[in-house]
Each structure stands twice: as C-alpha cells, then as structure tokens.
Design a protein. Sequence first.
Length: 132
Amino acid sequence: MSSILVVDDEKSIRKALQDILVVEGYKVEEATDGLEGYNLVKSKKYDCILCDIKMPRMTGLEMLDKLIQEGLEVPIIMISGHGTTEDAVEAVKKGAFDYISKPPDLNRLLITIRNAIDKGSLVTETTNLKEK
C-alpha cells in the first residue's frame, strides 16, 4: 500500500483529499503546514506528497526547496487555489513532479498520483541497481 502525505493548512481540503485517497487504497497522513510536513518527511518514508503552495510557517515551495537540497527523492505534487501560472512554472522548475489547481479534477489528480508513485518506484529501483 502506497503512502501519501497531504500538506495543506485548510482542514477541509486535507479531509477531502484523505477521504478520496483512502477509498483508492492509499495510506494517508496529514500535515497542517510546510514545517510540519517537512518534519514528517524527515522521519518517515512517503511514496508521494501533495503539498499546498501558500501556507503559514513554511510555504510549499520552501518545503520543496529544503527536501530537494537534502536529497530526499519523493515525488511532490503542488496544489493551490491561489496559485498563478508563474507559481506552477516555478514549482516544476524547482523539482515538483506536477502542479494541480484547486479544486482538483479527481481523475487528473488520481492519474498524476499514480504516475508520481510509478516514477518514484523507478528512481528507487535505478538507485538500488547502481549501488550494487
């Protein structure tokens, strides 16, 4: 069972995403902002992260930067209801797997998550082969 971390300061968004993802067979954990999400990622392994861009204490882009700087290779899908095209481009340039606007189209979200998890699995397999 793949595990997903949902990082969003809006409780209703976290709950809605969790409900959808659990029905789809994912294990889901939540974080209320980028700092809490960052600390969870440092202590646990996730197959994918859904992360809002605009949050208190640490934005999604700041969290993305820190995770990439530390070499933690987990696909991050940025989501935002207030984002602009520039935010989307910046997030992907920095290393986000994708960017999805809120409210997300359910089919697109699920396909993007599946693709992100598949890519993450391939990266892990390739890294393991190189180490042997």
